[in-house]
Design a protein around this ligand. Structure first.
Ligand SMILES: *[C@@H]1O[C@H](CO)[C@@H](O)[C@H](O)[C@H]1NC(C)=O
Ligand SMILES: *[C@@H]1O[C@H](CO)[C@@H](O)[C@H](O)[C@H]1NC(C)=O
Length: 407
């Protein structure tokens, strides 16, 4: 009886050890499966790189299978020119981490699309995404920009790449050329990084913003070159904790917060750092613009520092009287409250005499605006540039060219 008990407990121990071993083995196997990358080469799905035949369906099929893979999936688009008529919706949620390696060029069709889509390529509802590879997204915008100047029967032009509800994303070393509308639009995203991007469109191309974002948290843009006909980076309502560093902009309209206050119940814009950037020959440098009149909202906690202006028309500008078509009537001032702003170490050449223009709302004056070490000369002369303030409360210290207008 005693020995029977011992053998029973021994058996139990053995069983448990076995179970544990089995469990450990399964876990390790699962782990190695998920860390191993499965490649989905678009050529296997029938992609043709002749620049003519449409690859939309082929890319979608590759995405569909990759998205079902329970591990890291890498869609591979090798060198070559791939016509993609679009729209191309890369939609999740996916079972694992998604990578898209683009070495080739994706070419958008000429002219207008049939169905008036808002985007050409779209990444949506994805948690864990990396796009990389040195490839190009060519929007063929020159064939469509003329349709923006329409008066009736107007059609949307598509954004080249949209990111909607993407979390934990990284987009690096890719190029976007000649988008028909914005190059990149970010909406509802969280922790999305852009790095080493090259975004290019001519300075007279309409509405070709480099990166526009809104309703997103922790979007970062690093080490990128953006030349466009419109805003380099624009930060719209609902942008929180945005970080922009080492970006070179120009030509174009510069780095812009706004326009804010166009619609009722807009989300605030909170937390923005723009650091170590260069603006070259842009219309504006650092701009905040709000409509007048506008419903109440808040834009706060922005830091702009170490920014070089190379012949920028309005290097530092707050415009709370924004009304591009002149139809607002200015019945009442903007109610977007701008506060806690720092401009630090901003230097270079202004393309106009008025280098610092802070035109805040008479209803809700800008509060706690700091100017710290500003040196903006005009035509090589540091004695002629000027600054102008209305409804601004704050402080200035350190070097001030032009002389600060903050009391
Ligand atoms: C201001 O923004 C910075 C950077 O986005 C953030 O770290 C900080 O917590 C914010 N502070 C406040 C008071 O919102
Ligand atoms: C940004 O510029 C400042 C001043 O030029 C420099 O001290 C700092 O190291 C730079 N930061 C980065 C991240 O390059």
């Amino acid at each position: 009886m005693h020995s029977q008990m011992i053998s029973k407990s021994l058996l139990g121990l053995l069983l448990r050890t076995c179970c544990l071993l089995l469990f450990l083995l399964t876990v390790t196997a699962a782990k190695s499966a998920s860390s191993k990358v499965r490649v989905f080469d678009v050529r296997k799905y029938g992609a043709v790189a002749d620049g003519k035949r449409d690859n939309t369906k082929v890319f979608l099929q590759a995405w569909k299978e990759a998205c079902q893979w329970r591990g890291k999936a890498r869609i591979y688009i090798p060198k070559g020119r791939y016509m993609v008529v679009g729209p191309l919706p890369f939609v999740g949620p996916c079972k694992g981490y998604m990578m898209v390696q683009v070495q080739g060029s994706l070419i958008a069709p000429y002219g207008l699309s049939k169905n008036n889509e808002d985007s050409w390529i779209r990444f949506q509802y994805i948690n864990g995404l990396k796009i990389f590879g040195g490839g190009t997204f060519d929007g063929q915008g020159a064939s469509a920009w003329k349709y923006r100047k329409c008066t009736h029967n107007c059609r949307n032009l598509p954004v080249s790449i949209r990111f909607d509800f993407v979390t934990n994303g990284l987009v690096q070393r890719v190029r976007s050329f000649n988008s028909k509308a914005f190059h990149i639009n970010v909406f509802g995203c969280k922790k999305l990084k852009f790095k080493f991007l090259e975004i290019t469109a001519p300075d007279d191309s309409p509405n070709t913003d480099g990166i526009h974002m809104g309703h997103s948290n922790e979007v970062t843009v690093y080490d990128s070159h953006i030349s466009t006909g419109d805003d380099c980076i624009s930060i719209g309502p609902g942008s929180f904790n945005t970080y922009i560093s080492k970006v070179v902009c120009g030509p174009g309209h510069g780095i812009s917060v706004g326009s804010l206050g166009k619609y009722p119940n807009e989300e605030d814009v909170v937390g923005l750092i723009v650091r170590n950037c260069t603006l070259k020959g842009t219309d504006n440098g650092l701009r905040i613009k709000t409509w007048a009149p506008s419903p109440p909202s808040i834009a706060r906690n922005f830091t702009f520092e170490h920014i070089f202006m190379d012949n920028v028309h309005n290097p530092i500008i707050i415009d709370q009287d924004y009304c591009p078509s002149g139809s607002c009537g200015h019945q009442s001032p903007s109610q977007v409250h701008i506060h806690d702003l720092t401009f630090k170490d901003i230097w270079g050449a202004s393309g106009t005499k008025l280098a610092v223009d802070l035109s805040c709302s008479s209803r809700v004056p800008c509060r706690n605006v700091k100017l710290h070490n500003i040196h903006l000369s005009y035509k090589g002369n540091s004695r002629v540039s000027t600054s102008s303030c209305s409804n601004v409360e704050g402080t200035s210290y350190g070097h001030q060219i032009p002389p600060s207008c903050i009391a």
